[in-house]
Write a protein that binds this ligand. Structure first.
Ligand code: GLN
Length: 471
């Protein structure tokens, strides 16, 4: 498929954005993976016409006419956004998320909304109220989650760019499983304004793309301070420019790896990781063994902090202000209780109950406070590791795409899918999944690069080198 960069160059040179968008709309309408839950044909045609007019008037737009798919937890003015939950069915947003608005001002065109796990809780895209998404290469398998629809949409060529959110791995894990690039920015790099909150201290919006350079371009366009999100950073944004020779960035780079990551990896995933390490050395990088001693607590810590924050964020969905309301309740208490029981699926209910428990009097110190203390240790581990290396290379997911239904009845197994991705959210550091070949069944394998806070740009340069080594 044409990259976003190439497409924008064509449109800036006079090719029609409208035509590019029609093609993407047709693919979205013909989606057979259940990756797309809503097509925004009218919006997309109007936006494409405005891009064509701006280009005719002499503007040059970094994403001119580039079709964009957004996850269902990102708001688009006038359109429905429901985080794939029954409780938000029919909710129409009065405003557009900052990240989406910035991409559209740069010429991108939202063509469709992608399926996702309900409220971004899941690793397989099987908890959506719209049903599961199929893996683009094997319909009996899952695409990963929670941004499974976004990853599958890019992998299937519906659009060159998609947005997801990543609270514990929800961009990187489906990117890895579907064979596309997916990036979680430094916490605070991209405004969360207009993203339906899950765990506010962990959530970041990030791009999916077919290659690293497109992801870097999308990030450069969306990043930067936003007065509507006080956690968005004031720091200047890195340029989207990557070195012309992708291997140049690797020469002399210090690439860390964690020996403990290799235990428990599927054989083919481990083999690709080893191959990447060998090729890095051949390319002139130095491999540096590092340790993240508290990383083994990351999943446990995450399921305390993320559920606590989710219980608090989801309290607003009460049947009164938004979305679904239970019929025939006797009093307000019953409206709340029944609307929430009817509106939230089982995984979301489980998270709300866990989160309410860990925040409750008598348990707060034992669970929530303790988890915050371990989180600090995990941050310190990264700081220690990054004193010795520029970035850490490792796996994204212990396995390639698993079978639909395989982990649905065993939440703990599902939670362990994110064992390698969660620490970056807890520490706030940027991380990216880069395609690096496939397993014996042809299922994609991604490798993860994690970098110091605010080193998003440098991380992309190194990731482009690894991408080149994986081809
Ligand atoms: N799979 C993890 C969870 O279920 C992470 C989800 C995410 O990053 N949104 O919470």
């Amino acid at each position: 498929m044409t990259t976003a960069r190439a497409l924008a160059a064509q449109v800036n040179a006079g090719a029609s954005a409208a035509a590019a968008v029609e093609q993407s709309l047709a693919r979205a309408q013909g989606d057979t993976l259940n990756a797309i839950i809503r097509v925004h044909a009218d919006h997309a045609r109007a936006q494409a016409a405005s891009v064509d007019a701006r280009v005719r008037a002499g503007e040059r737009l970094p994403l001119a006419g580039v079709p964009l798919v957004i996850k269902d937890n990102l708001l688009l003015a006038g359109a429905e956004s429901s985080a794939c939950s029954r409780i938000l069915a029919g909710f129409r947003s009065p405003y557009t998320a900052t990240a989406v608005a910035r991409l559209e001002s740069a010429g991108a065109v939202v063509v469709a909304t992608a399926n996702m796990d309900e409220f971004a809780m899941g690793s397989s895209n099987e908890t959506s109220c719209h049903g599961p998404v199929k893996h683009p290469k094997d319909p009996t398998r899952i695409p990963g989650g929670s941004s499974g629809g976004s990853a599958a949409a890019v992998a299937a060529g519906i659009a060159p760019l998609a947005l997801g959110t990543d609270t514990g791995g929800s961009i990187r894990q489906p990117a890895s499983l579907c064979g596309v690039v997916g990036m979680k920015p430094s916490y605070g790099r991209v405004s969360r304004y207009g993203a339906i909150a899950f765990g506010s201290s962990l959530d970041q919006i990030g791009p999916f793309a077919a290659d690293v350079a497109d992801a870097a371009l999308a990030l450069a366009v969306m990043a930067g301070h936003d007065g509507n999100d006080s956690t968005s950073a004031q720091r200047p944004v890195d340029s989207a420019e990557l070195p012309a020779d992708p291997l140049a960035a690797l020469r002399g780079a210090r690439i860390g790896y964690v020996a403990a990551h290799e235990a428990g990896l599927a054989e083919d995933v481990r083999a690709r990781l080893e191959l990447a390490k060998r090729r890095l050395v051949e390319a002139g990088a130095t491999l540096v063994p590092v340790t993240l001693p508290h990383e083994r607590y990351a999943v446990a810590v995450y399921y305390v902090i993320a559920t606590g924050e989710a219980a608090s964020n989801l309290a607003r969905f009460d049947g009164v202000r938004y979305g679904h309301r239970a019929e025939g309740a006797k009093d307000l208490g019953e409206v709340y209780a029944r609307s929430r029981v009817e509106g939230f699926g089982p995984e979301v209910q489980r998270r709300i109950m866990l989160g309410t428990y860990v925040l409750s009097t008598g348990y707060y110190d034992a669970y929530y406070k303790k988890a915050q203390q371990v989180r600090r240790r995990i941050c310190d581990d990264f700081a220690g590791a990054f004193a010795a290396c520029d970035a850490i290379l490792g796996p994204v997911s212990p396995t390639t795409a698993f079978k639909a239904g395989e982990k649905l009845s065993d939440p703990l197994q599902m939670y362990l899918s994110d064992i390698f991705t969660i620490a970056a959210n807890l520490a706030g550091v940027p991380a990216v999944s880069v395609p690096f070949g496939a397993d014996r069944n042809g299922l994609p394998i991604g490798l993860q690069l994690q970098a110091p806070l605010w080193a998003d740009g440098r991380m992309f340069a190194l990731a482009a080198g690894i991408e080149a080594l994986g081809r």
